[in-house]
Design a protein around this ligand. Structure first.
Ligand code: SF4
Length: 406
């Protein structure tokens, strides 16, 4: 299926987090963060593996004490993806994280404030070739900046915080930097990133901080991150949800796939909204299909449609789909009817055909189908439905007539 995107990305410089490039023309990456104690090496590694399987390219772990730093020393060599250490308050913790062998550091300039400390960290990172994310957070802006900007968090104050930190790094010749200016307010965050993108070519890490639990957290994060990505801004993203971080990784991956910014790995399930014509419980079949495909690496768009009258036509662009009619499922591939199955076998059949297509291609799938027979059966059920329900089952034409008579 088509995964191309018309989005013109801003050209940023490229840095390497472990072996994962960020910025330049590198694919936009997905990040997430562990919720385990980093000192609990086994539990943290288990979560990192789950996050990587869900689509995370890079995982961040907190490095909040020396036990955590020691944990990182054991986690990093066993991790399937590069590890970023999240350092908040003590610059010595940043030094400990670098010593542990992590692939990147995240520093919050609002919390590590002494220029001498910031430079000491940049120097140590430079010696070990460890890049750093300057992670400005609207909620923990430097008090002096907060005061100067009228006692409130503004996009300008957040950008200034990032640029001040960047200057400290530049003074010691450290350039391997990516930047984030996150806020929990979507408009504030979008504007801060726009302003930052206009004045720097360092790669940007996008996120809405403290977005909250799903679905609100998903909506806020998507609103902020997608708005910027559509403008070509952003090189790596993180959903910050109050939920299992696996959901963050999945959401990040799905957003990039939906925008055509990453190649599709999993099924893109589409379904009709159902209406008076529906011959099945579309919600139920679609949710069963979603569960059946959830962990399968099948890069197809698959449609579940409520009726054979309009379903195959409305979903003609889907790679594979099924439409219900007369207690049967009419399977179609690229808009062409290929098989008829019993209603209770619809999801199972979709999975079988999707797997066949992924392994053998569309031509092989069409070649094995009795398309003439499938087309005849679909037409029969279509006519039968039209005979029972009429052309205007949703009564929209009748209502339009009524409106025109007023
Ligand atoms: S007309 Fe058929 S395919 Fe379209 S919404 Fe109604 S049930 Fe679904």
């Amino acid at each position: 299926m088509d995964t191309t995107s018309s989005i013109k990305r801003k050209n940023t410089r490229q840095i390497l987090v472990g072996d994962v490039p960020i910025g330049g023309n590198a694919p936009i990456t997905v990040q997430s963060m562990t919720t385990t104690k980093t000192s609990d090496v086994d539990a943290t590694l288990q979560q990192i593996y789950s996050l990587a399987a869900a689509g995370a390219d890079i995982v961040r772990c907190t490095c909040n004490d020396f036990e955590a730093a020691e944990g990182l020393a054991q986690i990093v060599p066993r991790s399937p993806v590069p590890i970023v250490a999240d350092v908040h308050n003590q610059y010595k913790m940043a030094l400990a994280a670098i010593a542990s062998g992590v692939d990147c550091l995240r520093l919050n300039p609002g919390n590590i404030r002494k220029p001498a400390h910031i430079k000491a960290v940049a120097e140590a990172a430079g010696e070990q070739s460890v890049p750093i994310r300057i992670g400005v957070n609207g909620g923990s802006l430097h008090p002096e900046l907060y005061e100067r900007y009228g006692g409130k968090v503004t996009p300008e104050a957040m950008v200034e915080s990032a640029l001040t930190e960047l200057r400290y790094f530049e003074e010691v010749g450290f350039e391997e930097v990516k930047i984030s200016v996150k806020a929990s307010n979507v408009s504030l965050m979008v504007e801060a990133y726009r302003q930052l993108s206009a004045v720097t070519d360092h790669p940007l890490h996008l996120g809405v901080t403290e977005a909250g639990p799903p679905p609100t957290g998903l909506i806020k994060s998507t609103a902020g991150i997608a708005s910027l990505l559509l403008e070509g801004i952003g090189d790596t993203i993180r959903y910050s949800l109050t939920a299992d971080p696996v959901q963050e990784a999945k959401a990040g991956r799905q957003l990039l796939e939906a925008l055509g910014l990453r190649e599709r790995k999993n099924v893109d399930l589409i379904a009709c909204p159902s209406c008076g014509r529906a011959e099945i419980d579309v919600y139920d079949v679609a949710s069963k299909a979603q569960t059946a495909f959830e962990d399968k690496r099948i890069p197809l768009q698959i449609a579940v449609m409520g009726c054979v009258v309009n379903g195959p036509g409305e979903a003609r662009d889907a790679d594979l789909g099924i439409a219900a009619g007369n207690k049967r499922g009419h399977l179609f591939v690229k808009g062409q009817n290929v098989a008829v199955v019993k209603e209770d076998e619809m999801v199972e059949t979709l999975v079988q055909w999707a797997e066949f297509i992924t392994e053998n291609g569309f031509e092989a799938a069409l070649a094995r189908a009795d398309m003439e027979k499938a087309q005849k059966e679909a037409e029969k059920d279509r006519k039968r439905l039209l005979a029972i329900q009429g052309e205007d089952v949703n009564e929209d034409a009748a209502r339009v007539d009524l409106i025109r008579k007023i």
